[in-house]
Write a protein that binds this ligand. Sequence first.
Ligand SMILES: Nc1ncnc2c1ncn2[C@@H]1O[C@H](COP(=O)(O)OP(=O)(O)O)[C@@H](O)[C@H]1O
Ligand SMILES: [Mg+2]
Length: 252
Amino acid sequence: MLEVSGLSKKFDRNKEQRYAVQDVSLTIADNEIFALVGESGSGKSTLAEMIVGLQRPSAGRIYWQGQRIERKPDYWQQVQMIFQNPDRSLNPYWKVRDLIAEPLILQRVPREDAYHRVARLLEQVSLPRELGLRSTSECSGGQKQRVAIARALALPPQLLIADEMTSALDPLTEREMLRLLLELKREHRLSLLYITHRLETIDGFADRLAVMKDGRIVETGSCADILNAPQALYTKRLLDACDYSAEPGVMK
Ligand SMILES: Nc1ncnc2c1ncn2[C@@H]1O[C@H](COP(=O)(O)OP(=O)(O)O)[C@@H](O)[C@H]1O
Ligand SMILES: [Mg+2]
């Protein structure tokens, strides 16, 4: 469904140019959870931002359903992104229902119909309907991320990109969030690019996995294979460092 081929991004630093992402290729299939892991600074966010069009690649191509995204004007509606910090994308002065309805209103859906849809979306992300009338300043961190998910689902995307979306949450809320994403994947048959530095959270959650280091992918394969038998030395080190055995996967 999504294919990234030879993607690179250079930034100027002082007078030097440095690669944040270097020659990355990957594919994400329909209805697949693809996890991208790596320590901070490895280029995960830059890669995600190129995929959603927030950064322009220095080299390489992105294909959607077999065609370059430049030739697929509807691509931008079919991919949505959720960030680590929901406050970045949620205006604290707006009511929750208006935040979730905004993408619909922008598509000229009548307000009344949009609010109907919001009620269903709130249900889907397990938020109480009354929350729709409050502002996000009254929400907990987990609730805000649910609002961000509901908003991203308002115009149902085929690919959802979640960049460290649970990193600011406590482990219990994080686990609830992963369960919700799994449910949404089943219900909507969407694909998920799930970015995290927490390797210990993806067992039983992700289908495939790519490990990123210094802008490059050092290992990719099925999640189970890599967690059970990592090939790259770097992956082994990551697994050792995160005490992965101590934390059972989300569905176990
Ligand atoms: N706008 C930018 N200008 C210059 N350097 C950047 C910019 N964005 C990211 N970088 C650099 O690119 C590298 C990768 O960053 P990032 O993609 O945010 O990594 P991650 O999300 O894995 O933590 C880092 O070294 C970071 O400092
Ligand atoms: Mg990042």
